[in-house]
Design a protein around this ligand. Structure first.
Ligand SMILES: *Cc1c(COP(=O)(O)O)cnc(C)c1O
Length: 503
């Protein structure tokens, strides 16, 4: 028996425990993931339980925990309070479907950003009020618009047809719809931030005058302005806020009670422990793409780059897994930034009584979940690499980008035999879809103490998008179950309430 399974002291894992654990499964160039304390506690002290959960709920299984969500939201709230601004978080629920997150966010006083009729209905059923909700769905069905108007959910208006649809429903229901105007195409460093979403910033003054017309005002209550930018640039947010403040004043001049500016999501987070590992990985990977180093990835996959006559083309097609500043420090940087008037963003909002709202999804789910799957086979190919087959498919830990660049954690099977442990191998995690490209990790991994059927592979920190954004039932595989972890040694976790809703 190995040390990890024998450890019955149930103490908080030491740095040595974690280093020993990570050594079992690392990239050829390691990318150590940041692990929430509850995760490392489970890995080091409760390997047996994790095996039981996979046995009971199937492979893969998503384990979620809501406490880090509340802490992450609170840290944003605290930073805003330190600048004395009116502030509210609307958790972007599309980043994870579990209802446990919705319920705890609502109980803690946060709002929820919903992206579809079903999300909206479910969140209302969880006890949220319309006031707590903002609907940013990219395409809004008539049924969704009607639901929002009836329940006084703030509708973020993306285009004219949507506005007409809202007016139509509000008139028929004899109600006043609560709306915000979505804006895109802001100026930043003399270039436009083009977007498919919202009204173009240059058009907005005309739009605001049009929709503020008395013919609409009986049925439309224009409360604020909304944007959501691609990427994670703080300076782009500052530029967009600066341009938005003037538009909110224009809304007010036109007789509207505009009270808030919603800056959307895209608050950055960091998945990795060490910046140096991230930099080393990219420098060697790019050398490999140029043919100057053995590939770190399956069949030399470029992760967004190709080489042409010795020149690198492309850009990383992956999330920036290491970045800084993130979360509340990033927000603090924005709030402290000086605008052209010489005032900070915070002072500008405060002086004008503008409430700041944001809609973080991924970053507030930092530390909130992990995905575990069982190893079913290990085999060697003719190049000497191994394929490690997991009972899982790649839609179960993936977003729209190329790869999840965080080293998985290996939890050895309980009945692993001693003589089998000591065989180091290298290879790739492969999944259950029947395509050649079905890899669960494009990076080659090193298993210093081997890997065997019955071992668990755990992908840490997958709650933001990685669990659910792309999950599919292709091949008629069932979707992964989602279980809610409460505390250590507490027996079996419960299924999340989303499991009891039919799709
Ligand atoms: C996806 C989305 C969010 C959440 O973005 P994160 O990057 O997860 O913070 C917020 N608002 C809108 C409009 C979105 O489309």
């Amino acid at each position: 028996m190995n040390q990890i399974q024998c450890n019955s002291s149930r103490r908080q894992p030491s740095a040595d425990d974690l280093a020993a654990l990570r050594k079992r499964c690392q990239g050829i160039l390691p990318l150590d993931g940041r692990l929430a304390a509850w995760m490392s506690g489970l890995f080091v002290n409760y390997g047996q339980q994790l095996n039981n959960w996979v046995e009971q709920f199937g492979s893969p299984v998503n384990v979620i925990h809501t406490t880090p969500l509340l802490r992450n939201i609170q840290q944003l709230v605290d930073v805003a309070a330190s600048h004395s601004i009116d502030f509210r978080v609307y958790f972007a629920r599309k980043a994870n479907k579990c209802l446990a997150f919705v319920k705890s966010a609502v109980l803690a006083g946060s709002g929820i950003d919903v992206a579809s009729e079903q999300e909206c209905l479910q969140v209302l059923q969880c006890g949220a009020e319309g006031d707590d909700l903002v609907c940013t769905a990219a395409v809004k069905s008539k049924a969704l618009v009607e639901l929002c108007v009836r329940r006084r959910v703030t509708v973020v208006i993306d285009n004219w047809h949507e506005f007409a649809c809202v007016v139509d429903h509000a008139r028929r229901l004899d109600m006043r719809a609560v709306v915000a105007v979505r804006v895109g195409g802001f100026w930043h460093q003399n270039e436009r931030l083009d977007s498919r979403f919202g009204f173009d910033v240059d058009e907005v003054p005309t739009i605001v005058r049009k929709i503020s017309n008395p013919e609409f005002s009986a049925n439309v209550d224009i409360r604020g302005l909304h944007f959501h930018l691609d990427g994670y640039s703080a300076s782009q947010r500052v530029a967009a806020i600066e341009q938005s403040v003037g538009l909110i004043e224009l809304m007010r001049d036109q007789g509207n009670r505009a009270s808030f500016l919603d800056i959307g999501g895209g608050i950055p987070m960091c998945y990795l422990e060490h910046e140096s590992q991230w930099n080393d990985f990219w420098s060697v990977h790019l050398d490999a793409v140029l043919g100057r180093h053995a590939p770190l990835t399956y069949r030399g996959h470029g992760l967004g780059f190709t080489a042409s006559n010795g020149v690198l083309l492309g850009s990383p097609n992956v999330y920036p897994y290491f970045q800084s500043p993130v979360q509340e420090q990033w927000l603090n940087q924005i709030l402290s930034a000086k605008l052209k008037t010489g005032d900070t963003v915070a002072a500008t909002l405060r002086d004008r009584n503008i409430q700041l709202r944001c809609e973080p999804g991924r970053s507030v789910l930092d530390g909130c979940g992990m995905t575990m799957a069982r190893v079913e086979f290990v085999k060697r190919n003719r190049h000497g690499d191994h394929f490690i087959g997991l009972l899982m498919n790649r839609t179960q830990c993936r977003t729209s980008s190329d790869d999840y660049l965080v080293d998985p954690i290996l939890i050895p099977a309980i009945d692993r035999r001693l003589e089998e442990i000591d065989q180091p191998i290298e290879g790739f995690l492969v999944g259950a879809y029947c395509t050649e490209s079905e890899l669960l990790s494009l990076r080659k991994l090193k298993f210093r103490l081997g890997v065997q059927p019955g071992d668990l592979i755990v992908f840490p920190n997958t709650a933001g998008y990685l669990m659910h954004f792309l999950e599919s039932r292709s091949h008629q595989f069932p979707l992964a179950r989602n279980i809610v972890f409460q505390s250590m040694g507490n027996g079996m976790p419960n299924l999340d309430a989303i499991e009891h809703l039919s799709s």
